[in-house]
Design a protein around this ligand. Structure first.
Ligand SMILES: Cc1ncc(COP(=O)(O)O)c(C=O)c1O
Length: 363
């Protein structure tokens, strides 16, 4: 058995061992073809069937309504920061779109969108360094808007939207990269929901995009063909050679997820993992949680220690105990424990035991 750590990385992140063993076992010979899944044509009937199966598994896992299309788009989640305005902002003559600024990735989405239209910040947590989900400015919702973009879980700061805003006729667009498949989301509340694959879906380089069919046909004329949602929908994401390995991994992860009882079962475990860890953080003044309690993420748990020296000692000693990649993002510092679907409860228990012992030695 290979040496394995509990991997708290924010992404690319821990994947289920069963998934990686399966990929390893069938890597040289996919479905008896005598060739690997990365060696066969994306137009072969075997690969097209794999895309169909992946769609069906995702549709089942997320209860995706029939009037939504599933796209596998090149370039990860950040490419969607451009694809969303390119495909949607021309829906209204004013080219106005609303964004919630909840830090980092939300900010990057805003910066990219500003190249294409008039971006209105309808809510911002900048004043409190993104430690919470901000209130929406009702005035921003007046007037036409092509869409309202938010980041359903903020990977860096460890906050998440628990209630999504009612934007009326304005389609809600969500970057769900760090919470897709970790909790039930009502897809019908969103016009577009997208996620980079490298956390709960599989490996990096591809984004899964769910889009309501009526939003498909609004791309700006200069939109690159390979960023045009209509193109992906028409060609079943096989316009050119896709990231075949990533799509294959998504299918394996979805099969694993179904065997665990699906998203609802996963959500129960995830909420328990987060509850235990936040409870440990709050138990004494030794550790300080970052996010406001009402807006805490179950995917990314952020906290700090009282001095930089203590923080460094914490990270060094944790690593020696096989608790890997706990260092917070450079923009925030501190500790970040990412608890995506593949992180077992035992991993969180091991972290909590370490935190107890570390406090005893240093408190
Ligand atoms: C919420 C969120 N959006 C976007 C991204 C960027 O993803 P990618 O590196 O696939 O572009 C990340 C990556 O961690 C993320 O957490």
């Amino acid at each position: 058995m290979a040496h394995r750590v509990y991997n708290f990385a924010p992404g690319p992140a821990m994947l289920p061992i069963a998934v990686m063993e399966r990929a390893q076992a069938e890597f040289l010979d996919f479905q008896g073809l005598g060739a690997s899944v990365v060696e066969i044509s994306h137009r072969s009937k075997e690969f097209e069937a794999l895309v169909d199966e992946t769609d069906a598994l995702l549709r089942e896992a997320m209860t995706i309504p029939a009037n939504y299309r599933i796209l596998y788009v090149h370039g990860g989640a950040s490419m969607q920061f451009a694809a969303v305005p390119l495909n949607l902002i021309g829906r209204v003559p004013s080219r106005r779109a609303l964004y919630a600024d909840t830090g980092n990735f939300a900010g990057r989405a805003i910066a990219e969108a500003r190249r294409y239209g008039e971006i209105c910040i309808a809510a911002s947590s900048a004043a409190t360094n993104h430690d919470r989900i901000p209130e929406i400015d009702p005035a921003a919702l007046e007037g036409e808007a092509a869409y309202f973009h938010l980041t359903s879980n903020n990977t860096l700061y460890g906050t998440r939207w628990n209630d999504f805003p009612d934007t009326g006729e304005v389609p809600l667009v969500a970057d769900a990269t760090s919470d897709i498949l970790s909790r039930t989301l009502d897809v019908s509340r969103f016009g577009v929901l997208y996620a980079g694959a490298q956390k709960n879906l599989g490996t990096s380089g591809v984004a899964v995009v769910l889009i309501r069919e009526d939003l498909l046909d609004h791309a700006d004329p200069q939109t690159p063909n390979l960023l045009n949602y209509e193109t992906y929908a028409r060609d079943h994401s096989l316009t050119n050679t896709p990231n075949t390995f990533s799509i294959y991994m998504i299918r394996l992860v979805l099969e694993w997820l179904a065997a665990q009882g699906g998203v609802a079962a996963m959500q129960c475990v995830n909420e328990e993992k987060a509850r235990l860890l936040y409870e440990r953080i709050d138990r004494s003044g030794f550790y300080a949680g970052y996010a406001q309690p009402a807006h805490r993420s179950a995917s990314n748990v952020t906290f700090n220690l009282t001095t930089p020296e203590l923080l460094q000692r914490f990270l060094d000693e944790a690593l020696r105990e096989d608790l890997y990649a706990l260092k917070g993002h450079r923009a925030l510092g501190g500790v970040r424990a990412s608890l995506y679907n593949a992180m077992p409860l035992e991993g969180v228990r091991a972290l909590i035991d370490f935190m107890d012992a570390f406090e005893q030695r240093n408190g």
